[in-house]
Design a protein. Structure first.
Length: 685
């Protein structure tokens, strides 16, 4: 027996789509039974009936969710059939299809892989026209321990959509060198098609699928592309449409790159057979974003998961098992602030605002995270985990073996994560009117003109850049608040002082900061002359620049601030992954560490804002002598007046092109500036 397209079209499909009430359907069933007895050996009967039953069940599911035994149904591209099955049915089903050149069987592993694969199942009629979608979820992420089969699974998912005319899927990595491996994985799944006929071809970074005309006559149906994305090439995707956007190793991709590619997630409407559509189906409902990843405590994904309460509260910070595969809804308020709910209706009611054109300002997005598990991948040998573990650092073991998003605390660290977690506020609770003063604090790093992704760039010190605030109230009640951290943005390879100063100025305007505080031990000449430089330039605007000078060691500067954290006097308005990782991993006694840019900037800012709290005799700071610190921020501390001509010359060269500054100007800020907010808007009058 050979399972062919003709058998599906002439016998199996009519039988599977028949009903019990129609006389015509009863005749169809009768003829099917006669055909079955006459043409199919008896030992295949039960398997064929099971296959048709599964196919029929899938067609009849409607909005129900029952893919426990069968995840998909046959797709055909001319004379080739693609079957989706589960492990429990694969052996029985493949007995029907001995001609492997004509049938591709895709089988997610039972467990987490099947849980991931069951989302966004296209429903086709037998002419391969999409008519519906099962288990709709716009964003599906898969991650956990290394070796759980993430790459193969994500690649497999793209094969759901190959019958759709004009459909394009794209797989993205963060580096060109990694693209070929993912593309080769896709080639494995398409291999049976490629070697048998001209309906598919594997070229560099692309898989193409064709209709009955074949590739020689350009009868292309759909495409799976493979590419890399970085800050430098992200705009190359402008104008493209991708029905499926798949990110491989998402924790190596930055938020801007992810967001921009996600905006390409759409498909041009094709002509649909409206008589067969399930409900109010729109082909845009098939468009979705998937991503696979290993945990990284310093990546923006951790902040995203924390905002939706996806991670456990214990020390391990893994994705909650009960949340795996659960669909929730989020609204993006800003690039770093998300609000969550358990239903679309809940979020729609919470955010009913519309714009001038009547469109909703905030659109809820469905999301789920599926936990991957190494133990479920029977294609990986038992020695894999042992060998992998032996070559990893302790921090890497926590992430890649344990699937944990936590950062390992150093025994000599001056902060504990509980001090931060117990005093964390949701970012949306921030109100500038509750703050007595806000300052922007910079801890500069000079001397590195580096190429992105170079070894020197990874080892160089970071530029600490934060916004910190002080609340109103008596000294005993006052709080310090960390509002924003931009250390990662300011520390990107290739960033010049003019670049990160522009970020600081934008932050100062947005937060109505009274001052930009900078550490004057290095590069003081740059900051001393920056006001004059900007006023002589095309765009002259800057908040008050204020220099502080420290003679203490990093430990001496950090110790009193860490005690304020311990006492609950400092709060975090949101999750700040870089700063918090530094807090619990930086030890003053450990050699060979990078300078903790965020810690330096935060301590500098709070030392300026909370000096009276630090000097208050009612506060008991074990091991801290306030008198040894110069905490009077009303006077500038004298510094060496010797100018550094070379530093200033370099800075003048780097300041040459500031044409993009205008995007940050608030035209009426000078007229409406509150008391204490000194800002200058320049230009020759």
């Amino acid at each position: 027996m050979r399972l062919t397209k003709e058998i599906w079209e002439e016998w199996l499909h009519p039988y599977a789509t028949s009903t019990n009430n129609s006389t015509l359907d009863k005749v169809t069933k009768h003829h099917f039974g006669v055909w079955l007895k006459s043409n199919i050996p008896s030992e295949y009967h039960k398997y064929l009936i099971q296959l048709v039953g599964l196919y029929r069940t899938t067609l009849r599911l409607g909005n129900k969710d029952d893919f426990s035994r069968f995840n998909h149904f046959p797709q055909t591209t001319d004379d080739h059939i693609v079957l989706w099955v589960t492990e429990s049915t694969k052996h029985e089903i493949t007995r029907l299809i001995p001609d492997k050149d004509k049938v591709t069987v895709l089988c997610p592993l039972n467990g987490s892989q099947l849980n991931f694969a069951r989302f966004n199942i296209p429903i086709y009629d037998f002419e391969n026209k999409p008519i519906g979608v099962k288990n709709r979820c716009e964003v599906v992420h898969f991650g956990g321990s290394a070796g759980s089969g993430k790459t193969a699974l994500a690649t497999m998912m793209a094969f759901k959509y190959i019958p759709i005319q004009g459909w394009q899927s794209i797989f993205l990595r963060n580096a060109s060198r990694d693209v070929h491996g993912v593309c080769d994985e896709g080639g494995k799944f398409a291999q049976s098609m490629i070697k048998d006929n001209d309906q598919a071809e594997h070229i560099t970074k692309e898989l193409r699928f064709f209709d009955h005309l074949g590739k020689k006559k350009k009868g292309k149906i759909s495409t799976i592309k493979y590419d890399y994305v970085t800050d430098g090439n992200v705009k190359s995707h402008q104008g493209h449409e991708y029905g499926l956007v798949a990110f491989e190793e998402l924790t190596q991709i930055q938020f801007y790159e992810y967001s921009y590619l996600a905006s390409r997630n759409r498909h041009a409407e094709e002509e649909l057979d409206r008589d067969n559509l399930i409900g109010d189906f729109d082909i845009q409902q098939l468009c979705n974003i998937i991503a696979t990843m290993n945990p990284d405590h310093s990546h923006w994904m951790k902040e995203f998961l924390v905002s939706g309460d996806w991670l456990t509260d214990d020390i391990w910070q893994t994705v909650r098992p009960e949340m795996s595969g659960k669909i929730r809804y989020f609204v993006k308020l800003t690039d770093t602030d998300f609000d969550w709910g358990d239903s679309y209706e809940e979020m729609r009611e919470k955010y009913p605002e519309v714009d001038d054109e009547g469109d909703y300002v905030y659109e809820p997005t469905s999301y789920t995270f599926v936990i991957g598990n190494l133990k479920e991948n029977r294609y990986i040998g038992k020695s894999y985990k042992t060998k992998m573990t032996a070559s990893l650092t302790e921090q890497e073991k926590v992430a890649l073996v344990g699937g944990s998003w936590r950062v390992l605390a150093d025994k000599g660290a001056m902060w504990e994560m509980d001090w931060i977690k117990n005093n964390r506020l949701p970012k949306r609770h921030y109100n500038r009117s509750d703050m007595a003063e806000v300052v922007i604090s910079i801890d500069p790093a000079f001397g590195h003109k580096l190429k992105p992704n170079s070894n020197s760039a990874r080892k160089s010190d970071s530029v600490g850049l934060v916004a910190v605030a002080r609340t109103y109230g008596a000294v005993k009640d006052v709080k310090g608040v960390l509002l924003e951290e931009r250390t990662d943005d300011a520390s990107k390879a290739g960033m010049k002082p003019s670049d990160w100063m522009m970020i600081a100025i934008e932050m100062a305007i947005r937060h109505k900061a009274s001052k930009i505080i900078y550490e004057g031990n290095q590069g003081a000449t740059v900051f001393e002359n920056i006001l004059e430089l900007i006023e002589d330039g095309k765009y002259k605007h800057v908040v008050d620049m204020h220099k502080v000078h420290s003679t203490e060691s990093k430990e001496e500067r950090a110790r009193p601030i860490s005690i304020l954290y311990k006492n609950g006097s400092i709060q975090h308005c949101g999750v700040f992954r870089t700063a918090e990782a530094e807090f619990v991993s930086w030890s003053p006694n450990k050699k060979g560490q990078k300078s903790p840019g965020s810690i330096d900037a935060i301590c500098q800012g709070f030392k300026y804002l909370l000096n009276d709290l630090l000097m208050n005799p009612s506060n008991k700071f074990d091991g801290f002598d306030a008198k040894q610190y110069d905490l009077d921020h009303e006077e500038d501390i004298p510094t060496d007046t010797e100018s550094t001509l070379s530093t200033l010359t370099d800075f003048l060269e780097e300041m040459g092109d500031w044409d993009d500054v205008g995007s940050f100007i608030v035209s009426d800020v000078e007229d409406n500036a509150p008391e204490g907010y000194r800002i200058r808007l320049g230009g020759k009058r």
